[in-house]
Write a protein that binds this ligand. Structure first.
Ligand SMILES: [Fe+2]
Length: 314
């Protein structure tokens, strides 16, 4: 295992998983995250698992989120473009690509489970996120339990109440769990009155309740974070109930099936749904983005239209 240290004050231990928690780690300055290491990582990273997304200025308009191709762009050019442009690079499932990250994530979670013994992850995985100084991440909710290990730059983070239909309709969460829509969800500025907002510095980690909507705006510098996901008996149970409810709602016309996650009815729904899904009676159309831009370190914003890519300096 890689040497690293996670801190979680005893007073926050019980809050982990239930409330938003910010504590510290010692990964800022680690050799895995220097410019040189990031360039090498990007050069070697399989491009089909690397996503570059640009964004607009308006947090209300997630439709301005656009996928940019990184094909043929070197690691050094990608880093240059993200430093001076306005987009983020998502090195998905880096734990599967680079064994150092597999070991690092295992070490982080081993320490977490010692610090918060009620936390019992069955598996964990992660992505490395590198984002521009002025980048933002639109209001969204994630299907797995997740958290952020912040390493470089500064960002502002808003977390909203979980499983509260004033902030996220249950039908949308069902779709997110089923993988049939992108995580971005409808947002209104008034939601901020119910949010917890904090700034995150290098050397801090943040966790929030499962499925709590959140959004991020970078404040300063090239931002580098490890975004990890974990699966527990509880997160998997919720996923199965919501996906089963989606089936009941969309295929059988049930109105508002219960979101209760324990008990005989919940178990029966999930068992029946898994059986019908196995025989192909709940086909799902997974959402995919298509690239419309290309990363170009010489272009303003670090991107150019895909069709114009060849006319700009390489
Ligand atoms: Fe997220």
């Amino acid at each position: 295992m890689l040497a690293c240290k996670v801190d979680l004050p005893k007073t926050l231990s019980h809050d982990f998983g239930q409330r938003s928690v910010v504590a510290t780690h010692d990964l800022a300055g680690h050799s895995l995250f220097t410019d040189r290491a990031l360039c090498a990582l990007l050069d070697d990273f399989p491009r089909q698992h690397l996503y570059a997304f640009t964004m607009g200025d308006d947090v209300m308009r997630p439709e301005e989120n656009r996928l940019a191709s990184t094909e043929g762009v070197s690691g050094a050019e990608l880093l240059e473009a993200v430093r001076h442009g306005r987009f983020w690079l998502n090195l998905t499932r880096i734990d599967r690509v680079d064994v150092r990250f597999r070991k690092l994530i295992d070490t982080l979670y081993a320490q977490l489970t010692r610090l918060a013994p009620h936390f019992q992850p069955m598996s964990c995985q992660g992505a490395l996120v590198i984002s521009s100084p002025q980048a933002l991440v639109y209001y969204h909710a994630d299907a797995p339990g997740n958290m952020l290990w912040h390493i470089r730059g500064r960002k502002r983070f808003w977390v909203y109440p979980a499983l509260d239909e004033r902030y996220l309709q249950r039908e949308i969460l069902e779709d997110i769990f089923a993988g049939v829509r992108h995580e971005y969800v409808p947002y209104e500025a008034s939601y901020d009155e119910g949010a917890i907002c904090y700034d995150i510095e290098p050397g801090q980690w943040a966790a929030w309740p499962h499925n709590a909507p959140h959004r991020v705006t970078n404040i300063e510098g090239l931002n580098v974070s490890l975004a990890t996901e974990h699966f527990t008996a509880a997160t998997l149970r919720r996923q199965r109930v919501y996906v089963a409810n989606r089936f009941l709602r969309t295929r059988l016309g049930w109105k508002n099936p219960s979101t209760r996650e324990d008990g005989a009815v919940a178990t029966l729904k999930t068992v029946v749904h898994r059986a019908v899904a196995r025989i192909g009676l709940d086909p799902l159309q997974y959402k995919r983005y298509a690239p419309v831009l290309r990363i170009n370190a010489q272009a303003p914003g670090g991107v150019t239209a895909l069709s114009d890519a060849k006319s700009l300096p390489a």
